[in-house]
Design a binder for this molecule. Structure first.
Ligand code: FAD
Length: 446
């Protein structure tokens, strides 16, 4: 996993994680896949862990599929999975220009929560959060969902009012969250400094069943389940063009040849603008780098996720002991997936006031991803002007948490032409002025 700059929260206890990144060959593999189980671990241990099969089949593109999904990140793979599971559509290819999970899905800080302000957001994020609860069992793959709680600090009177409003909205939406006092904050996070000179802690929005999961395991688990249904996941294959006839999509051009399809799903996060351009329409979003970093590993000091949106920083502790730290997006558009020093300085400086003990920590590594940000900070899950072509984008800095809910709704949209989870997230909302404004409620927006 050396190329993946994501945060590895814990070492896998079986070698299947490494199986899946062995180099691709052109040999297609059609052997059936075995289920993982305690018995399988014992059996493979007996044989010295030499017989683990590949986590998913190697695949080369066929000439035609019912559905082609571009982008093997979490959202693309989840879409393929629910197309198969919920609608029996399995003649599907997921096409990835790099390695699967190598985009934002393998670069994010893994925060999962659903306490958004607006009803359509709460619905899709809560659907996702609830699917995370049973994902490991559903996929037969340990995604290490850890509902350790997410705390969003209120450090100004304005934030107190904003979070109280969100807590009330969430109560009406059936999303479990509550506003807690500074004393409760200190009980849950003893290392916090409540009396910061500039920004004291005045309370927090607390979602107890929110948390985190292992990001690349989510991609791997969906990939394996898709492969088991007979779908093709084609890596190292960039889509270079979208073909169409009489206003309807007919296929894609790729670096491995042309592929025709009935329906096309574009799920490429920071590259959505490029793909939309190939398909002949424009999207109301911008691509911006977002960075994160981790510290050296230390003993357990914090067992929930804390976000401090006023100072623009957030933090959790990985199972390995590293402090996982992130902040806001870079202040300019770009396509770099690197870290930069000014970001480390700004983010760590912001957090030190609230967590003074951080000043003694060494930072270990940093990285960046390209996020696709819309004007109302809500995603786009929509039909497009090109018939048969659908777009899933605009998750910005906070789409990891949404992966299962997004895949569920987008699959329904692609299969049936409509989904209650995605109705409000259509592209047309920008023309019609029906924004789903999450810019205040989301803050740093993870
Ligand atoms: C530093 C950072 C921290 C974050 N923290 C959080 C967080 O804590 N919580 C949270 O909920 N979200 C977070 N996010 C956001 C989250 O990571 C994304 O919203 C989410 O992962 C997007 O998933 P995706 O599947 O849409 O995109 P990706 O995982 O980026 O997948 C898109 C894929 O499309 C492929 N692709 C692009 N162009 C082509 C092409 N032409 N042909 C074929 N394939 C192509 C790419 O290679 C990529 O693999 C963070 C993001 C970053 C960068």
């Amino acid at each position: 996993m050396s190329q993946l700059h994501g945060i590895v929260t814990v070492a896998h206890t079986s070698p299947y994680a490494f199986e899946c990144i062995t180099p691709e060959t052109d040999e297609p593999d059609s052997s059936p896949m075995k289920r993982y189980s305690a018995f399988a671990i014992a059996r493979e241990a007996f044989f010295g862990h030499k017989n683990w099969e590949r986590a998913w089949r190697k695949a080369q593109p066929k000439a035609r599929y019912d559905v082609v999904i571009v982008g093997a990140g979490g959202h693309g793979l989840a879409t393929a999975y629910y197309l198969g599971k919920n609608f029996g559509i399995t003649n599907v290819a997921v096409i990835e220009k790099g390695w699967l999970g190598g985009g934002n899905t393998g670069r994010n800080t893994t925060i999962i929560r659903s306490n958004y302000l607006q009803d359509p957001s709460a619905a899709i994020y809560e659907k996702a959060r609830s699917l995370y609860e049973t994902m490991s069992q559903d996929l037969n793959y340990n995604v290490m969902f850890s509902p350790r709680g997410v705390m969003m600090l209120a450090q100004t009177e304005h934030e107190v009012r904003g979070y109280l409003r969100t807590a009330h909205a969430n109560a009406l939406q059936g999303v479990e969250t509550r506003f807690i006092t500074p004393r409760e904050v200190k009980e849950i996070v003893p290392i916090i400094n409540l009396d910061g000179p500039r920004y004291p802690v005045l309370g927090a929005l607390w979602q107890e069943r929110a948390g985190s999961a292992r990001h690349d395991a989510v991609a791997w688990g969906y990939a394996r389940a898709c492969s088991a249904m007979g779908m093709d996941i084609i890596q190292q294959c960039a889509v270079t063009g979208v073909t169409q006839e009489a206003g309807r999509v007919t296929g894609v051009q790729t670096t491995k040849g042309d592929i025709s399809c009935e329906k096309l799903g574009i799920v490429v996060a920071g590259h959505s603008g490029d793909l939309a351009n190939m398909a002949g329409f424009r999207l109301p979003l911008e691509s911006v780098p977002l960075q994160a970093l981790v510290s050296e590993p230390i003993k357990p000091i914090m067992n929930c996720v804390v976000m401090a949106n006023t100072v623009h920083g957030y933090m959790s502790q990985s199972d390995k002991g590293e402090m996982v730290i992130g902040g806001g997006t870079d202040g300019y558009n770009g396509f770099t997936q690197r870290g930069s020093f000014h970001h480390v300085e700004e983010t760590v400086r912001a957090l030190i006031e609230t967590f003074p003990m951080l000043s003694r920590l060494k930072m270990l590594r940093q990285w960046g991803g390209i996020v696709d940000v819309t004007g109302d900070r809500s995603p786009i899950l929509s039909k497009t002007p090109l018939e048969g072509c659908f777009i899933n984008s605009g998750w910005g800095t906070g789409g990891f948490k949404a992966i299962p809910g997004s895949g569920w709704g987008f699959a329904e949209l692609m299969a049936r032409g409509q989904s209650p989870l995605t109705d409000e997230f259509s592209m047309s909302r920008f023309r019609e002025g029906k924004f789903i404004d999450e810019s205040v409620a989301a803050g740093v927006a993870h």
